[in-house]
Design a protein around this ligand. Structure first.
Ligand code: 5GP
Ligand code: ZN
Length: 122
């Protein structure tokens, strides 16, 4: 999509701090982080919103969700079970449409984590 900022990041036409990439998805730091760790997991395919995904995207969506805890842990926002109880952690978020607070119309999964307090609750 010519006018899509995340398609341009996927294509390398706009710089970003990429923290992960494979054949189907890339992940990069959010330009305006709401938490110490704030990355966006983005499919290479231009899917405007979660409401536009279909059965063909089942594996892709599963891959994105399973990547979230791994990336969070690598970047310092991981969750751990410990003898003292649950520690650390992160939030996963997909905004869809105007009432869902979506600003960029290329599907993305926010991963926000790291020690509190965060700038906002998002
Ligand atoms: P949404 O509200 O659509 O769920 O979130 C869009 C996110 O994309 C926002 O958190 C915003 O900071 C981030 N963002 C918007 N433009 C850019 C950009 O050019 N580069 C990066 N790295 N993040 C962006
Ligand atoms: Zn796009």
């Amino acid at each position: 999509m010519d006018n899509c900022i995340f398609c341009k990041i996927v294509a390398g036409k706009i710089p970003s701090k990429i923290v992960y990439e494979d054949d189907e998805v890339i992940a990069f730091n959010d330009i305006n982080p709401a938490a110490p760790v704030h990355v966006l997991i983005v499919p290479r395919e231009h899917i405007p919103t979660l409401a536009d995904a279909n059965e063909k995207h089942t594996a892709l969506l599963g891959r994105m969700m399973l990547l979230a805890p791994k990336l969070a842990a690598e970047l310092g926002g991981g969750y751990q079970h410990t003898p003292e109880g649950p520690m650390g952690g992160f939030k996963t978020l997909v905004n869809s449409g105007p009432d869902g607070g979506q600003e960029v119309y290329h599907l993305h999964l926010h991963i926000m984590g790291g020690p509190r307090p965060w700038r906002s609750e998002r």
